[in-house]
Design a protein. Structure first.
Length: 242
């Protein structure tokens, strides 16, 4: 079946309570392809929140745990995650062996998405973390280096900014997923936005993003359903969908 506009949208359940998360899952069920469960809700509620999402919707689930530990521990954690029945989990692209073990632990049930470089990490932070000069001069090279590790380890894809999508798709092919956060529709103006390197939904999918993480522009809209619908229509218009 042809991918629809809504299938590109990942809505993060960045809420303090399951009750509120549930409200948005019900509201956006037919407007997004995937719900992302982050640390805040998962630490507070654990697997219960996954059960809630599974009960309310058939949309996919992305558990954003951003794992990073010794590889044996990551593998065991991933074995537990695979039993929860989520589609994707994030793991930091810190070492190839850790990513390989994460993939193994996912047991073909849960795909691993590698976190290349957090977008709040600029060249100064890359330098402070002790990376080679070549990566300090161009953090984009570090993103590609880490994406290569993820690809070779068997990950399903990576999280990357809109800036790197094209290169990632070109180098690793269409089936290696590029998941892009920091999405801001042109009609959203958020005061003091903490997302600096933003991309519009149309820009991101036109560059090749397979999934766009879009939170506050939908969540904080006066009418979240209408905002999600507007994003869908923009994507479908840009991709020439019927
Ligand atoms: O669209 P909005 O900025 O509200 O999206 C916030 C969500 O995107 C959060 O769940 C955050 O964890 C995620 N995010 C991310 N990587 C970034 C920026 C945001 O995963 N670079």
């Amino acid at each position: 079946m042809r991918k629809q506009g809504k299938d590109y949208i990942v809505f993060p359940l960045d809420f303090a309570s399951v009750k509120e998360a549930k409200k948005y899952v019900k509201l956006l069920d037919s407007k997004v392809g995937m719900f992302k469960i982050g640390l805040e809700l998962f630490i507070d509620q654990g697997p219960l929140v996954i059960q809630m999402v599974k009960k309310e919707t058939r949309a996919k689930i992305f558990l954003d745990l951003k794992l990073h530990d010794i590889s044996a521990t990551v593998q065991r954690a991933m074995e537990k995650v695979a039993n929860l029945g989520v589609d994707f989990v994030t793991v930091h692209c810190a070492s190839r062996i850790m990513l390989e073990k994460a993939v193994k632990g996912g047991n073909k049930k849960t795909g691993v998405l590698g976190v290349t470089l957090l977008t709040d990490n600029d060249a100064h932070m890359v330098e402070a973390a002790g990376f080679k000069d070549v990566f300090v001069k161009d953090p984009g090279l570090l993103v590609m280096h880490r994406a290569t590790m993820a690809y070779e380890a068997g990950c399903k894809g990576v999280i990357c900014s809109g800036k790197e999508v094209q290169q990632i798709k070109k180098r690793f092919g269409s089936s290696f997923l590029a998941v892009t956060p920091g999405i801001r529709p042109s009609w959203t103006l958020l005061e003091n936005d903490d997302q600096k390197r933003v991309t519009t939904p149309v820009q991101a999918v036109s560059l090749g993003s397979d999934l766009i993480v879009i939170g506050r522009p939908i969540r904080d809209a006066i009418d979240p359903v209408a905002a999600a619908q507007k994003v869908i229509e923009e994507i479908e218009a840009a991709l020439g969908a019927p």
